[in-house]
Each structure stands twice: as structure tokens, then as C-alpha cells.
Unconditional design. Structure first.
Length: 115
């Protein structure tokens, strides 16, 4: 099983980034997908979720209206479009696949929002 995140980097406040997570080794379309993040000295927190077929999405309150999660089951990939980024969005972002008690994690990608 592999989950490989990409798209992180350094961006100025107000800027945008699009994270991608490419999955392999399991039946991607049967898993709900999530993006988590962890800032230095803080616990990992759930940012956004999308159901297995992409119909249902949920967001952490602080990112609602700025972040959009989506998935392409034909490409086994989940995305996180992040707009209007703020310094407090700075964190390592992790991709997670979840189905019942089974969970897979990616290695994370750093997002830094700074002028």
C-alpha cells in the first residue's frame, strides 16, 4: 500500500496550493479519504474528508470556504485545493485512507505560508 502526497511548498499569505495524493495497493474507490495536518507542537487534526464515491464532503470549520477536497477514482487520486492560505495553515499535510478499522497514511507534505 502506498499513499504519496505532493504539491506542498512555500506560499505567501493569500496564495493557493493544490495537494495531490496518489494511492496504490488497495481498492481506492472503497475507501473514504481524508486530509489531516500537523503543525509543530500540535496534535494532528482532520482538515477535510470525502466519501468513497465523492458525494459527501466535510471540512474543519477554519478551512470552510477556502479548501476543497475532491477525488478521481479513475486515477486513484485525492486532491486538496487550498485557497486564501493563512500563516496558521502552515503544517505537514497527510493523506489518509479509511475503511472501517483499516487506515493507511502517506508520508506527508510540508505546506508553509509565510511572507
Amino acid at each position: 500500500v502506498h499513499l504519496v502526497e505532493s504539491g506542498g511548498g512555500l506560499v505567501q499569505p493569500g496564495g493557493s496550493l493544490r495537494l495531490s495524493c496518489a494511492a496504490s495497493g488497495f481498492t481506492f474507490s472503497r475507501y473514504g479519504m481524508n486530509w489531516y495536518r500537523q503543525a509543530p507542537g500540535k496534535e494532528r487534526e482532520l482538515v477535510a474528508s470525502i466519501s468513497s464515491v465523492g458525494i459527501s464532503t466535510t471540512y474543519k470549520n477554519s478551512v470552510k470556504g477556502r479548501f476543497t477536497i475532491s477525488r478521481d477514482n479513475a486515477k486513484n487520486t485525492v486532491y486538496l485545493q487550498m485557497n486564501s492560505l493563512k500563516p496558521e495553515d502552515t503544517a505537514v499535510y497527510y493523506c489518509n485512507a479509511q475503511r472501517a478499522s483499516v487506515a493507511y497514511w502517506g508520508q506527508g507534505t510540508q505546506v508553509t505560508v509565510s511572507s
